[in-house]
Design a protein around this ligand. Structure first.
Ligand SMILES: Nc1ncnc2c1ncn2[C@@H]1O[C@H](COP(=O)(O)OP(=O)(O)O)[C@@H](O)[C@H]1O
Ligand SMILES: [Mg+2]
Length: 143
């Protein structure tokens, strides 16, 4: 069977459309009658990754690829990059601005939640070049 691919453009600092890619993917998986718990894990990762591009990154893309029982997400942007990935992964660590905190963001739990909810995660980043987060979900685990 051919793989199913979806691509979404994510615009930096576009808070009006922020989160739409995550909702599209969530609705797609619901229409395929996937396990709600799995959909939830995937939707959390999409949303947190998408919001990080909107809040911290540059313009970017979210790519979804479903192939042979593995759903892969790749969220990349051409923003400022992450100086210290290990630090960025710490629960509560956030460089969100006061303005972003007033909008309710900046809890510093996005990357930790992505790590918790994905079966595996890989983050690559280069300063002034951008960031790429890849996550995978194995549909076979747990039935
Ligand atoms: N795409 C990105 N580009 C640049 N910095 C990022 C990106 N994603 C995450 N970061 C950095 O990692 C930090 C932690 O991210 P996260 O855990 O999602 O918390 P929050 O988004 O609430 O700040 C951010 O505050 C930011 O400094
Ligand atoms: Mg975040």
């Amino acid at each position: 069977m051919a793989s199913l691919k979806k691509s979404f453009f994510i615009k930096a600092r576009d808070y009006v459309h922020a989160g739409e890619a995550a909702i599209h993917i969530q609705n797609l998986l619901k229409s395929m009658h996937w396990d709600p718990a799995l959909i939830r894990r995937i939707a959390v990762c999409c949303y947190e990754g998408e919001m990080n591009v909107v809040m911290h990154g540059g313009d970017g893309h979210l790519l979804m690829d479903l192939d042979r029982g593995v759903l892969s997400l790749e969220i990349s942007d051409d923003g400022p990059g992450i100086a210290d990935i290990e630090l960025a992964m710490q629960p509560g660590y956030s460089t969100a601005s006061d303005e972003q905190r007033e909008m309710g963001f900046g809890a510093g739990m996005g990357l930790p939640n992505m790590k918790k909810n994905a079966d595996d995660i890989a983050i690559e980043s280069r300063l002034d070049k951008g960031t790429r987060v890849r996550m995978r979900f194995y549909l076979t685990t747990g039935g």
